[in-house]
Design a binder for this molecule. Sequence first.
Ligand SMILES: [Zn+2]
Length: 261
Amino acid sequence: MVVSEKSGHPVGSKDYPRTLVEFDEWFASEAACEDFLRRLRWPEGFYCPGCGAAGGWKTSRGLFRCPSCARQTSVTAGTLFEGTRKPLRLWFQAIWYFTNQKHGVSALGLQRILGLGSYQTAWVWLHKFRRAMVRPGRDLLSGEVEVDETFLGGADSDIDGRETDRSLIAIAAEIRGRGIGRIRMARLDDASADSLIPFIKSTVSEGALVRTDGWAGYLPLSRHGYRHRPTSLRATGLPAHVVMPGMEDSVLSSEPCTNAA
Ligand SMILES: [Zn+2]
């Protein structure tokens, strides 16, 4: 497995080692661990958490220095690892072990596998991991989820005739009975599978039933652990975002939808 890019946000379950051998290759050094963390925090490049200025440079002590307010920020500031005196590599090993034990991890087990001198450290780390693990899983949509794309920001072009850049927005919405549950949205570069699948993987939990229109960009879904139910809406000749049932019930009209499948 190869890290997809040197810049840009690592993608969950893709940009992550699957085996111990891969782990060792990925995180062979402190520098590699720092680099991974930097990409997670600042996928578009460093910006100052104080004043928001972009750019800056790395000091000899490995801190990022803001070009505007001169504030110095470490890559671990504000993360699980802030203020630690232990190597990041040890932390990463602990997390990797923690996330790969199906039947749970004890502080004693963690202390032993990492060779930590102190049981207390293992115990504190374990609790940090458990707290940190709570949110990601809960944030993912599950059950039955409808995914669709639409364009936003194009209204002005109709009025003054100018071509403006319209943004492609992907929407994932949980179907709850006749209503809509939680919703996730993101701006995509395009409607290709390379854009749509990562969006779905980052917003919808595996095993969910994903309903989409018949667009080819969704076809790989079933290979990514989802139950995929495409509806051939394109056959109606209407743009998909006008006829997908749950999406439009809440946004546009209350008319019942008739799918010419
Ligand atoms: Zn600043």
